[in-house]
Write a protein that binds this ligand. Structure first.
Ligand code: SF4
Length: 369
């Protein structure tokens, strides 16, 4: 990571610490910044009267704010880096630092992908003629999205989204894309998202039927995989770090769906399930977990509620159950299930396995609202 090109906003943080006269501050940083954390602690301590404690447990999102344990240690302020506030209250005063990156990639690289994706959206939209009456089979053929849902569009707009480090580029990219002839929307999502155009690995709530395809400004495929599983729409990615343009291919999505279907089939005969409840403030879905337990009972199976802060194979593989249903971070089941000794599925996938929902009507991404 090119640290010189990231803005850690340490001056603002120090100013806040001084203004509050804080004496004990916790610093929470994502895994990719842990190596630089000691240097940041030095600089905060040099510039203020505060002592800094690094919250050194793994942290993958703002769902994972440090809370009661830091309070017990007497921490007065939490500085949380790399994520933005979501609709949870950790009970601790928290200062969020998005850590923006100054890379500004060329648009040209991604335009051919966007043009071909717009053509796909247009062909889906054009199928919706006011006077056109089509039978069920034809409707399925025309409106089927990438995850197997029949989902007609009302427009072919380009949804422009990004990860938090690059959101400051969106307005400028919107103008550039409009000059290139695209009708662009920066979608505004629900309470879990702080900024227009923001997406999280567990929330793509800004999607609407007027958006026909997407462009993602960011790196890696974590957000793109979730975006396509959630929306079923074509997605081009432009990476501000490398300048590379790629797309989330249909083959990739099909591979993921095949794996999910295989896992659903593999729990067909399972009698006992561990139902995982995340203890992190923004991952805790107790009611959903209890609903899954009731559902298992209804179908003559058994479910054990297991609450964990971090979920990993060594902490659950040994329980004498046949499979697991995960109600914590949705991406644990989607991205990491191969690491576990037993099938690990989402609540929706359990409902399909038990016959409460139909796989044939399309895949449903496990979103935390
Ligand atoms: S629940 Fe998972 S995907 Fe959502 S913000 Fe937390 S770590 Fe990211």
């Amino acid at each position: 990571m090119d640290l010189d090109r990231h803005d850690f906003e340490l001056d603002d943080l120090v100013e806040k610490i001084r203004a509050n006269d804080n004496r004990l501050v916790a610093l929470q940083v994502p895994e990719g910044l842990k190596m630089q954390a000691l240097e940041m602690m030095d600089s905060i301590e040099d510039e203020s009267d505060a002592k800094v404690i690094l919250a050194a447990d793994p942290c993958y999102g703002a769902c994972d704010l440090v809370h009661d344990k830091m309070k017990m240690m007497g921490v007065e302020l939490v500085a949380h880096m790399g994520h933005s506030q979501m609709n949870i209250d950790s009970g601790m005063p928290t200062h969020f630092i998005p850590v923006t990156y100054d890379g500004d990639p060329e648009l040209a690289a991604v335009l051919p992908l966007l043009e071909s994706h717009r053509a796909i959206a247009q062909s889906r939209l054009e199928s919706v003629g006011e006077e056109t009456v089509i039978d069920e089979g034809a409707a399925k053929e025309r409106f089927l999205d990438a995850v197997g849902r029949v989902a007609p569009l009302t427009g072919t707009r380009l949804g422009l989204v990004g990860s938090i480090q690059h959101l400051h580029l969106l307005e400028d990219f919107k103008s550039r894309l409009e000059v290139a002839g695209f009708d662009v929307e920066i979608p505004v999502g629900g309470d879990r998202l702080t900024f227009p155009g923001q997406v999280l690995g567990c929330n793509y709530s800004g999607d609407d039927p007027s958006i026909g395809h997407y462009m993602f400004l960011g790196s890696g495929d974590f957000h793109p995989i979730g975006l396509v599983l959630h929306t079923g729409k074509p997605l081009a990615m432009l990476d501000p770090y490398s300048g590379d343009a790629t797309e989330m291919s249909l083959e990739r999505v099909e591979r993921i769906l095949r794996q999910r279907f295989g896992l659903i089939n593999s729990v067909d005969e399972a009698q006992t399930f561990g139902i995982l409840i995340g203890e992190k403030p923004g991952q805790m879905r107790r009611n959903l977990a209890i609903r899954m337990k009731r559902l298992l009972v209804k179908h003559g199976r058994k479910g054990y509620l297991l609450a964990l802060d971090h979920i990993s194979p060594d902490l659950i593989d040994f329980y004498p159950v046949d499979a697991y249903v995960n109600t914590a971070c949705p991406r644990i089941a989607i991205d990491d299930s191969v690491r576990y000794a037993k099938p690990l599925i989402t609540p929706y996938e359990l409902e399909v396995a038990l016959g409460e929902k139909k796989w044939e009507t399309g895949y449903q991404f496990d979103e935390i609202p």
